[in-house]
Design a protein. Structure first.
Ligand code: NAD
Length: 437
């Protein structure tokens, strides 16, 4: 098997606006699961069925692995330059169709179209370009060992490890899928990728772009389906020596448990519970703006969201008032409207999970100052999974609400009196994380 030096068929017609049928992408072709079984895919902003995706099983993963294995040698032997051209063709294919990709992302995930257009999709293309460049300019290390009577030069040689299994979550679907696959492809690995079953659309559009730009068959394979069937089959597969995963901490722990005895190389990017700390000498407007954006961007569904806001007690009343004002001015509604600031949560299950976290906050004695209510916009989004942004106070650091990831539009205010107290709480939190998980 050999590949040419890369080309780009710019301007040819390609259908990217049909969301009804997501397919697997194996050996350069879009195909259904071998069993023909499918899962339903819903639009979070309307609660309506969007279409189906393959409900793949281990046999589909096997098929993808054999395609990836067949393509691996030729791909790994290409120069980084040429692999870079292929990745840049994919990036260009995305950039040529930003509007269609953004529409698909917001429809599938519920995030505002301005975020998809301005951040998620451009960043997905940038990921491919970044790793195309990084592989081109990667230097290899040499170091010298001088012993009596001997002078040795040791050289580090980077070689592709083989097939990489890349598994990604739903909150930044194409952005994080490309963040997983791009470094593996640039390094000369072939890939069996699994996007989240909750947001499969843009990975399917990427497959259509890959076919369109002549991306080499078998190098990138995409298998859709659930974590327990497809994800677990990838993690446990004997022909996949490396796993790159982004997702929840509990899933990461289960994967580490499965892959550690197989001595796989694994990269796990997991959950977060981050503090924003505002001191009393901070410029109030920009500090509040930063805390607000950190807490509520992407409906609070980002691993690095600032979901705990630690505020010096001298200014906590002012900060609270400013945050409440900003929350009250937020435009919540149809993610496809350009002026929407907060869209829908990703699924009904996730909405219920966030609501149960708010119930926990109430039971712990927290006061919900605003929000946390279901919201029904007028028109096509009346049955969507909307929740008004919530601001809580009155809970100590140790409360479950302040310790566990909520991953929704919920922020908790925690006062502190001085730097030592703020950092001590943070150190205790970090220590508890290390000791007790
Ligand atoms: P998740 O862990 O439920 O799912 C992530 C992916 O893993 C999905 O593709 C899923 O199908 C798959 N999966 C589930 N069970 C599996 C199993 N047993 N074996 C293999 N694969 C399995 O996470 P999610 O709900 O999709 O995403 C939200 C989480 O992701 C949050 O905790 C968030 O903090 C985290 N996240 C972390 C980062 C980061 O960079 N650290 C970035 C984004 C999201």
């Amino acid at each position: 098997m050999s590949f040419d030096s890369g080309f780009h068929l710019k301007g040819m017609a390609m259908t990217l606006n049909d969301f009804s049928k997501v397919l697997n992408y194996i050996d350069g072709e879009r195909i259904p699961s071998l069993s023909g079984e499918t899962l339903d895919n819903y639009e979070p902003a309307t609660g309506q069925l969007l279409g189906t995706l393959p409900d793949s099983k281990s046999e589909d993963v096997d098929l993808a692995v054999s395609a990836a294995k067949k393509a691996q040698k030729a791909w790994g032997e290409l120069s980084p330059e040429v692999r870079g051209y292929h990745l840049e063709n994919l990036a260009q294919g995305i950039e040529d169709h930003i509007a269609e990709f953004a529409l698909a992302e917001s429809t599938d995930n519920g995030k505002p179209i301005s975020v998809s257009k301005g951040l998620d999709i451009p960043r997905a293309a940038a990921n491919l370009r970044f790793f195309a460049g990084a592989a081109r300019y990667q230097s290899e290390e040499a170091f010298r060992t001088r012993l009596p009577g001997d002078d040795l030069l040791n050289v580090t040689v980077s070689r592709p490890v083989g097939i990489a299994g890349c598994i990604s979550p739903w909150n930044l679907p194409l952005y994080l899928f490309t963040w997983k696959i791009a470094p593996a492809l640039a390094a000369g690995c072939t890939v069996v990728g699994k996007p989240s079953e909750i947001t499969p659309l843009t990975a399917d559009l990427l497959a259509r772009v890959a076919i369109h730009v002549g991306f080499p068959p078998g190098v990138l394979n995409i298998v859709h389906g659930t974590g327990p069937s497809v994800g677990s089959a990838i993690v446990g597969h004997s022909e996949i020596p490396a796993i790159s995963f982004t997702g929840g901490t509990a899933t990461g722990a289960a994967m580490a448990h499965q892959s550690a005895p197989l001595f796989k190389k694994s990269l796990l990017e997991l959950g977060g519970k981050n503090p924003t700390i505002i001191f009393d000498d901070a410029p109030l407007d920009s500090a509040v703006e930063g805390a607000f954006r950190a807490a509520f961007s992407n409906q609070g569904q980002i691993c690095l969201c600032g979901s705990r806001i630690l505020v010096h007690k001298n200014i906590i009343d002012d900060v609270t008032e400013s945050l409440l004002k900003k929350i009250s001015e937020m435009v919540i509604g149809d993610p496809l409207n350009e002026n929407t600031m907060m869209g829908a949560l990703v699924s009904e299950n996730h909405l219920k999970k966030v609501e149960s976290c708010l119930q926990t906050a109430r039971e712990e004695g927290g006061k919900i100052l605003t929000g946390g209510e279901r919201f029904s916009p007028e028109g096509r989004c009346a049955d969507g999974y909307f929740l008004t942004p919530a601001l809580i106070n009155g809970l100590p650091h140790s409360a479950k609400t302040n310790q566990e990831e909520i991953f929704g539009p919920v922020a908790s205010l925690i006062p502190f009196s001085n730097e030592e107290e703020a950092f001590l709480q943070e150190r205790i939190y970090a220590l508890e994380e290390v000791l007790f998980g």
